[in-house]
Design a protein around this ligand. Structure first.
Ligand SMILES: Cc1cc2nc3c(=O)[nH]c(=O)nc-3n(C[C@H](O)[C@H](O)[C@H](O)COP(=O)(O)OP(=O)(O)OC[C@H]3O[C@@H](n4cnc5c(N)ncnc54)[C@H](O)[C@@H]3O)c2cc1C
Length: 327
């Protein structure tokens, strides 16, 4: 039996990425007292930005698109608040006129805007969830315990399953098999500060289509960096092959492959590894209600689409599932 040492809430939301933030905001709007826990130092999850000196990088999601009216309304709210700006409407010979939104000043601005009225505890990694008759307890790596009448769990599915396994939470065999079947792409992301402007033309990002690079963008041309600052995303194949190898060496290989687009010396670079970059399979449901008494719902981009919009739709679906059980 876990001792309670942390706070209590009506609903605990684990993860302050897009799914967790939209779930938390919706539950709070419905009158629940919501507490969000995230292991990171900031909010956003894969909506991630970083600085190296005066250079700024988006090194996770590069842009946001809105295909549903509900998500378009949220993007419009962010635009009015100055948290997103239109970046472009498609590149190359056949622009599709579909707006790609960039975060302003960077992608994490979207998460910060959504987080502004929420109670969020950062630097808090949940290691196990256990259920008593009517409540969930979330134990953190420092031994603190937070409890609530319901939980929305939004880390990538393998990480969520590890939290459930550590708390010996029983899942129905078919649910477990369904969730264990969800795999993710890996992505090595290089952030390089250049000595001068790159050769990437406006809007500043492109997907080469072959070779080890899936995406390359100049964050200065994109409009978020004061200095030439290039983000390179490796393909899943390259990332898997190089995952265990020396990161600086893998970064140099990607920079060599990008020579034609760089056009200037690299002053300094860093490499970030996304173990769970984008889901390779998307579940048939927008969220997974794995327990009703007390309610436990899994959400995230693996449930409603491998992009920021999918994560938001899944977060909303999870909130509605919790509210439906409570009513
Ligand atoms: C390299 C890359 C490029 C991408 N490009 C695009 C793009 O251009 N456009 C687009 O729409 N999408 C893009 N995506 C996908 C998009 O970023 C994701 O679909 C979306 O951000 C996922 O949101 P989420 O809330 O489901 O998960 P996450 O953002 O992963 O949020 C999960 C949160 O849970 C937290 N967490 C995990 N484990 C624990 C724990 N044990 N305890 C507490 N907290 C925990 C994490 O810190 C994280 O904040 C990209 C992703 C990557 C990685």
């Amino acid at each position: 039996m876990m001792q309670e040492s942390g706070q209590t809430a009506d609903v605990l939301v684990i993860g302050a990425g897009m799914a967790g933030l939209t779930a938390a905001a919706e539950l709070q709007r419905a009158g629940c007292r919501v507490l969000v826990l995230d292991k990171g130092r900031g909010v956003g999850g894969r909506l991630a930005s970083r600085r190296i000196g005066g250079a700024a990088f988006d090194h996770g999601a590069q842009f946001i698109t809105a295909r549903t009216s509900r998500f378009a309304a949220l993007v419009e709210d962010c635009r009015r608040a100055g948290a997103v700006e239109e970046w472009h409407r498609g590149v190359g010979d056949s622009p599709d006129r579909h707006v790609r939104w960039r975060g302003h000043p960077a992608m994490t601005s979207v998460a910060k805007h959504l987080a502004r009225a929420l109670e969020i505890i950062l630097d808090t990694r949940v290691v196990a969830l256990t259920a008593s008759r009517h409540r969930w307890s979330a134990k953190t790596e420092t031994g603190a315990v937070y409890s609530a009448g319901a939980v929305v769990l939004t880390p990538p599915v393998p990480q969520s399953l590890a939290i459930l396994k550590a708390g010996a939470v029983d899942l129905q065999p078919e649910t477990r098999a369904r969730l264990e079947g969800i795999e993710y792409e890996r992505c090595l992301a290089v952030m390089a500060v250049l000595a001068g402007p790159s050769r990437l033309r406006p809007p500043g990002g492109l997907a080469p289509g072959d070779g080890p690079i899936a995406w390359i963008a100049d964050n200065q041309v994109k409009g978020i960096s004061a200095e030439p600052a290039v983000t390179i995303h490796a393909t899943h194949a390259f990332s898997c092959e190089h995952w265990e190898r020396d990161r600086q060496e893998s970064g140099r290989r990607l920079l060599d492959a990008a020579t034609d687009w760089l056009g200037a010396d690299v002053q300094v670079f860093q490499v970030h590894g996304w173990l769970y970059s984008k889901p390779l399979q998307v579940d048939e449901h927008p969220c997974a209600m794995v327990g009703q008494v007390p309610p436990l719902v899994l959400a995230g981009d693996a449930f409603a689409g491998p992009r920021v919009e999918g994560a938001a739709l899944s977060g909303w679906a999870a909130a509605e599932a919790v509210l439906a059980v409570a009513s």
